[in-house]
Write a protein that binds this ligand. Structure first.
Ligand SMILES: Cc1ncc(COP(=O)(O)O)c(C=O)c1O
Length: 367
């Protein structure tokens, strides 16, 4: 079957990027973050490609169930925690690890697990809010909650974790404040040295704080967590390989005169005679609808750019200097020689959102 748009996923590049993550923290275990359908790359295929990871991190029980249903027996962490008692039951039945981020979770666990016969004891990741202001118990509560969890007969291990708000800006003072708050909380546990986890991609690549488990996500998909403007911290500098190539077909080519309108709302008026191509991808596929004129694309090896407003399933590109271009050709929206991070800089949409926002109607092809 021929496709009009396709995202090709390079599984070897995923495995390579996992190795790069390990090199940054050789003594740590790796939790590979594959939540949100592996940032849009496909949950199952990415879990397979990342089987060298120690743990796989998913959003919720539903994603974990999909993995188990397809025969993934690896350790899996449910990163958003438990919502209700049915989550607790499924976590116990499927032998999942789970983040505990509210003090009220304790009562829920006690009520449900107390009356179950568990095949295995469970591992909990106790999340502390050290300054992110999102999920986590307050440092003042850590000793009590940690002890309450640890002394349960159904507990195997309690790992302490925190998430940094500004690791993508390594010079931010909040990074060291959070790391210090976390270290103090760990020290507060009398007679006990917990396993810890701090770093996601940005902290791993730019801050020397890891913990016993690192939690890379974005870098596994060949994207840098730092601003494109920071030329020293682009993916190539870290040795990361491109994972996703997004391509769509050229479906029409027209010559235009100076002053001609291109697309909705007159976002682009031809300043001179131009050749304009229409590419079969639009915002319904996940390409950002507000993309400005001038966003780079590749036609074959040649770089050109978008002109005019992105429509639902089409966008226009300047083909004036692309003499060889013909209807049916593939146009690359991002990939090896056009990093997704560069498109993020042009569109103002972070690369996390570009890949995870790719719609389900875009077929993923794995090689
Ligand atoms: C708690 C936690 N750890 C790790 C990650 C992975 O982060 P990154 O994709 O920046 O490596 C995320 C992503 O949102 C997260 O929420």
């Amino acid at each position: 079957m021929s496709h009009r748009v396709v995202a090709t996923i390079d599984r070897r590049a995923l495995a390579h990027n996992l190795e790069i993550a390990r090199q940054y923290a050789p003594l740590s275990k790796v939790l590979a973050v594959i939540k949100a359908d592996a940032y849009g790359h496909g949950l199952l295929a990415c879990a397979e490609a990342l089987r060298a990871a120690d743990v796989l991190g998913v959003t919720d029980v539903e994603e974990a169930e999909r993995l188990r249903r397809h025969g993934i027996h690896q350790d899996i962490l449910v990163m958003q925690g438990i919502l209700d008692k049915s989550d607790v039951r499924r976590i116990a039945e499927l032998g999942l690890q789970v983040v505990i981020h509210r003090t009220e979770d304790l009562a829920l666990l006690e009520a449900e697990l107390g009356r179950m016969r568990l095949p295995h004891r469970l591992t909990f990741w106790l999340k502390l809010d050290t300054g992110m202001g999102r999920l986590g118990i307050q440092p003042a509560e850590v000793e009590r909650v940690h002890l309450a969890l640890r002394r349960q007969k159904w507990t195997e291990e309690v790992i302490l974790m925190t998430h940094l708000a500004n690791a993508g800006t390594p010079e931010s003072a909040l990074n060291s404040t959070q790391v210090l708050n976390f270290a103090r909380s760990c020290q507060a546990l009398a007679d006990f040295t917990p396993q810890t986890s701090i770093a996601a991609s940005a902290a791993l690549l730019a801050l020397d704080v890891h913990g016993d488990y690192i939690r890379p996500g974005l870098m596994l998909y060949g994207s840098s967590p730092f601003a494109w403007q920071d030329a020293e911290r682009r993916r190539d500098q870290f040795g990361l390989h491109n994972v996703m190539t997004l391509q769509a077909r050229l479906i029409s080519i027209h010559q235009h005169q100076s002053g001609d309108n291109i697309g909705y709302n007159s976002q682009f008026i031809c300043p001179q005679p131009m050749c304009v191509g229409i590419v079969s991808i639009g915002y319904a596929d996940g390409y950002p609808g507000h993309t400005p004129n001038g966003c780079p694309v590749l036609v074959g090896d040649q770089r050109t750019h978008t002109v005019g407003r992105v429509s639902m399933d089409m966008l226009a590109i300047d083909l004036t200097n692309c003499d060889e271009a013909k209807v049916g050709d593939w146009v690359t929206l991002w990939g090896e020689r056009l990093p997704i991070d560069e498109i993020a800089a042009h569109t103002g949409v972070i690369s996390y959102q570009l890949s995870s926002g790719l719609s389900q109607r875009v077929p993923r092809i794995y090689r």
